[in-house]
Design a protein around this ligand. Sequence first.
Ligand code: SF4
Length: 229
Amino acid sequence: EEAILEILTAALDRGWTNLKLYFMVGLPGETMDDVHSIIGLVTKIRHLGQKFRLQISTSTFIPKPHTPCQWLAQETEEQLLPKYDILKQGLRRERVRFSWSDPKISQIEAALSRGDRRLGKVIYHAWQLGCKFDAWSEHFNYQRWLDSFKQYELDPSFYANRERDLDEILPWDHIDVGVTPEFLKREYHNLWQEKETPDCHHGKCNGCGLQRWQPICQDKYKMREAFPP
Ligand code: SF4
């Protein structure tokens, strides 16, 4: 928070008059206090001066494949809406513009991100029903997507809002992106223990798996093997 305020102060001193900040809602372990702290930070930023406008954009966390969050459930609309209500209420301030992502769009996005091959038919059917330019909220039609999932006896919440067991076989497990599932599982546990993994650009190799492909990593990895953490 201090670093953000320091950077924004420097930007304002240099004459910037429009500031835009992005926040993510629905992160693992997030509490209502965390949501309130967004309002607290924005309030502090507003007090940095009078001559600038603030744009606050929030988006919903989407647990993506090939990340340590790939096993997590996305928060449901029922969990997300009270958070967005708090933000809408708390950020209705002079010189502040607030935008947020519709949890329904985020759910479909999460379902498509983590879907299996059955979703090919769902997407095709949704397109036939007229789903196009869905990233533009005025074109997004949730019911059409639900109908398309239903057509194939599927449900977006199965893909988006379901926590996976760490042993579950995932639709993308056969794709090797370099980072190993073992590393992702280690990071998954670190996430819950709030243990930070140091940036390997500036420190030791974390053994993410890329040492199998990247010559530049191999020397660092050898050091790791010689001096394990
Ligand atoms: S140095 Fe290479 S192998 Fe080691 S953690 Fe970084 S990217 Fe992964």
